[in-house]
Design a binder for this molecule. Structure first.
Ligand code: ADP
Ligand code: MG
Length: 837
């Protein structure tokens, strides 16, 4: 071991033994720096190492003991990576005894005292009462509003609120969106063009200049470090006020070229004597909003993180952390904001992402258990009876449909309430399976409800279910079983907003006296006056269109009814098991035979005319077309073609002899339904629409889906839109026109031309955009996953396994070491304690 490193080893070890009181060196660790630096250089230690030590130790005295432990730990690990002969050093830190809540920061303003902060605090009437959310193991002050911080007044507090930050704890959980790597430090004479680098030097000269007739002010400085001089410019006149000749500063940024010389434009900079947050390290880059800067936010963050990260109690007990190989929560919080190395950052993200999945999974397991504790009416059916029902259908089920039906049949017979998600791509035939579930339940004289998000969809289901459940028995040579009574058409009804009052009253009566067996409808089913004699099965179609509460409302209209939710959003199994961990899952991963894939092409904007020709030809063959636009009205962005204006243009200039309809989201729901119905009934040849058309409406006569501004849509959305065509027997086309030619190379558009398989597209979408976009927040029953990368199957599996193990051992989380975990879980499950579905 080099003597300089041995010295560090001794000092650090001593510090750890002294619980980081900064007395390992007389006068504080900083005191050793000058001599150590000289020694290290003499031993030819790499410059990055010297700088890493110097920058970490320089502000050591300002840190809390816990942060000191962190700093030494990070530093030592970095050294160990460079020098394999270094011994292991453990920088444990004893958690401080529990804080009295008011010790550090006022939880609420005291009535008498009136320090500046408290006055500010009191002036903010909208600030949430921090006490409510407090969890037992954490100091209440963590839930104090950010305005208790020095340097955050009411105005900044308001700005931060726009980022979702109200409390100190929110700040801890406001994670960087990316990081700049400024860990490479170089002398000026060794800089190369285009590298991201850190330079330390002395300011030689500062001046400001006006450019472009005074519109732009430029600050220019010359920095030298003994090896050379570097010209640096900022488009910011204020910097000139804070820089002076002779100042020692640290600069981080990308080197550029100007008039043949290396320069730096708009680098980050900090005084050398200050702790470096924006330079000379892996620098966090936060999501921002107007009126605050990265630099400012970093400073506030550092204030909060270095003091508070160590005061957040870790909800995961040590034993669990160890077996899951996770860093402690305080380490994770420190390192995700101000990482010492990429490895430390990775470990931090891993830990925090683990928490997200782990909590999600644990919540789902508990929810599932709560459901399983209930009983439901069993609805067994005979094989012969079921076969007779299958024979009655106009088609034979695919294997995937049959498998799903088998799951459903088992659930219904089990005596426990079914909670099943049926997942299947658009057109995979989910409705037929639902129809059979309804047939099973109603054959036992119980009632079923089928809820869809729009009137037109409800109507479509109504027509289909009439056919499937009350239609004439097609087969003639059936035996006695087939004589089992199909439903009478009058026992199947439709309830939507537009249902006339008199009919509505009649339906309500029929539902509550039990004479109506099957009701199909929209949100109208959720209304108060709707009550059932014996609701035993609730089916929810396109379930992501409904909130968690709406599903719960429908369920509450029966006594523990069986629940079947259907979605056409195909998500990978690992994700489904986690996000819908409280539901059982059946996947219909096969299309009915004879479906032609939709022929998909990306066209250049200038080739638009070709798509019009195709539409004209298809219309001549008696088919119909959709044309989709991304926005309703012309926005500032002139390239965005707007549905409203385009409909007029298309009608008058392009298709004067055809009927062009218009559908958009700002229309009242009845009007939307009317337009859709008219289109289905053939009143328009072409329907110009925004994405409101994406929900599963069947217009089997439509064969063209033209999507303008296609680069603006997500993959899942494009796939849903494409699913609107190709539902009949005719060959169908999907044409994607991006805003500009260079967007034609767009990955998503290419993916669309490569496959018609929704699951493959879903995985691509997840890789590209993360689950938040894909799922929305409504359907998951859980706040967004911030960090967990849902394509990280390894992480998900690990978190699931640990959740499962813990759940089996202590499902109530009743042991004391799980108290905080139980509390955290309660907070993170939307809807809190009870039923979430
Ligand atoms: P989705 O899963 O998108 O809700 P639907 O249930 O609306 O799909 O079915 C799409 C179309 O496919 C319907 O017209 C339906 O009658 C038809 N269909 C469903 N199952 C089969 C099958 N096994 N064979 C042939 N056609 C089927
Ligand atoms: Mg459907």
């Amino acid at each position: 071991m080099k003597p300089s490193l041995d010295k560090l080893y001794k000092f650090f070890k001593l510090e750890a033994e002294r619980s980081y009181d900064n007395h390992a060196v007389m006068g504080g660790l900083e005191r050793m720096l000058d001599r150590w630096e000289a020694e290290a250089r003499a031993e030819a230690l790499p410059e990055e190492i010297v700088q890493a030590v110097v920058t970490r130790i320089r502000d050591y005295s300002h840190l809390t003991p816990k942060s000191r432990a962190e700093a030494l730990d990070g530093l030592w690990r970095r050294l160990q990576r460079s020098f394999s002969d270094l011994p292991v050093l453990a920088f444990d830190f004893q958690e401080p005894p529990p804080q009295s809540p008011t010790e550090d920061l006022p939880e609420q303003p005291g009535p008498e005292t009136s320090t500046r902060k408290e006055v500010l605090h009191r002036r903010k009437p909208t600030s949430p009462a921090p006490v409510e959310m407090r969890s037992p193991g954490e100091p209440a002050a963590l839930y104090a509003p950010v305005s208790v911080l020095d340097g955050i007044g009411p105005r900044h507090a308001q700005t931060l609120e726009r980022l979702g930050i109200r409390t100190l704890r929110d700040m801890l959980y406001h994670f960087p969106r990316r990081y700049d790597d400024y860990t490479r430090m170089k002398p000026i004479n060794r800089l190369e063009y285009g590298e991201e680098v850190t330079v330390i030097g002395t300011v030689q000269n500062v001046s400001t200049r006006s450019l472009k007739g005074g519109q732009l002010k430029l600050t220019e400085a010359i920095i030298s470090d003994g090896s050379g001089a570097l010209r640096v410019t900022w488009f910011n006149p204020w910097i000139a006020k804070s820089l002076q000749s002779g100042d020692q500063i640290v600069l981080s940024g990308k080197t550029d070229q100007y008039l043949g010389r290396l320069v730096m434009s708009n680098p980050e900079w900090e005084p050398l004597e200050q702790q470096q947050l924006s330079t000379n390290r892996i620098v966090p880059v936060y999501p921002l909003t107007a009126k605050i800067t990265q630099r400012w936010l970093r400073q506030q963050m550092h204030q909060v993180v270095s003091y508070w990260a160590g005061r957040v109690q870790d909800p995961l007990p040590q034993a669990l952390r160890q077996s899951a190989e996770l860093v402690p929560l305080y380490t994770a919080l420190l390192q995700i904001h101000f990482p010492d190395s990429w490895d430390d950052l990775e470990r931090a993200i891993h830990r925090l992402a683990f928490d997200e999945i782990f909590l999600l999974q644990l919540g789902a397991l508990r929810q599932k258990r709560a459901w399983q504790a209930r009983t439901a009416h069993p609805y067994p059916v005979e094989d012969d009876w079921l076969q007779a029902q299958l024979d009655r259908l106009p088609f034979s089920l695919t294997n995937a449909q049959l498998n799903t039906l088998r799951d459903v049949r088992q659930d219904l017979a089990s005596g426990f309430p079914m909670n099943r998600l049926i997942q299947g791509d658009v057109g995979s035939g989910k409705t037929a399976v639902a129809a059979l579930a309804i047939a099973i339940v109603t054959s036992h004289a119980a009632q079923a409800a089928f809820m869809a998000p729009t009137s037109i969809l409800a109507e479509q289901h109504y027509i289909n279910l009439q056919k499937l459940l009350a239609g004439q028995d097609a087969s003639s040579e059936t035996g006695s079983q087939a004589a089992s009574p199909a439903l009478d058409p009058a026992q199947i009804r439709l309830l939507i907003g537009a249902t006339p009052e008199a009919e509505k009253r009649e339906i309500l009566a029929g539902l509550s006296d039990g004479s109506i067996k099957v009701i199909i409808g929209t949100h109208a089913l959720l209304e108060d006056p709707v009550s059932f004699a014996n609701l035993q099965l609730a089916v929810v179609d396109e379930q992501h269109r409904f909130g968690v509460e709406q599903r719960a409302t429908l369920r509450s209209k029966g006594d523990n009814p069986h629940l079947m939710v259907m979605t056409a959003t195909p998500i990978p199994r690992s994700l489904a098991l986690t996000v819908y961990g409280d539901l059982d899952l059946s996947v219909i991963d096969e299309m009915p035979p004879g479906r032609l894939p939709v022929s998909t092409h990306v066209l250049m904007p200038r080739e638009r005319e070709r798509s019009y020709v195709l539409i004209r030809n298809q219309v001549e063959l008696g088919r119909q077309a959709f044309i989709i636009y991304p926005l309703i009205e012309e926005s500032e962005n002139s390239e965005t073609l707007a549905a409203v204006e385009e409909q007029q243009r298309l009608q008058s200039e392009i298709f004067p002899r055809l009927k062009v309809g218009l559908l958009h989201g700002r229309m009242p729901p009845e009007e939307k339904d009317q337009v859709m119905t008219d289109f289905r009934d053939g009143a328009y040849h072409i329907l110009v629409s925004t994405t409101v058309v994406e929900v599963g409406v069947d217009v089997s006569n439509a064969t063209v889906m033209l999507i303008e501004g296609a680069n603006r849509f997500g993959l899942a959305q494009l796939h849903q839109l494409r699913g609107r065509v190709g539902r009949g027997a005719d060959k169908a086309y999907c044409l994607l026109i991006p805003d500009s030619p260079d967007q034609a190379e767009n990955d998503r558009l290419r993916a669309m031309t490569e496959t018609n398989d929704g699951f493959i597209l879903a995985e691509r979408d997840l890789e590209q955009r993360g689950p938040g976009q894909f799922l929305g927040t409504r359907q998951s029953g859980y706040a967004d996953l911030q960090l967990a990368n849902i394509t990280d199957v390894h992480l998900i599996e690990k978190a699931r396994q640990h959740a499962q193990a813990l759940f089996e051992q202590d499902p109530e989380l009743s042991q004391p070491e799980y108290a905080l975990l139980a509390e955290t879980l309660k907070r993170s499950w939307r809807g809190g304690k009870g039923d979430i579905s």
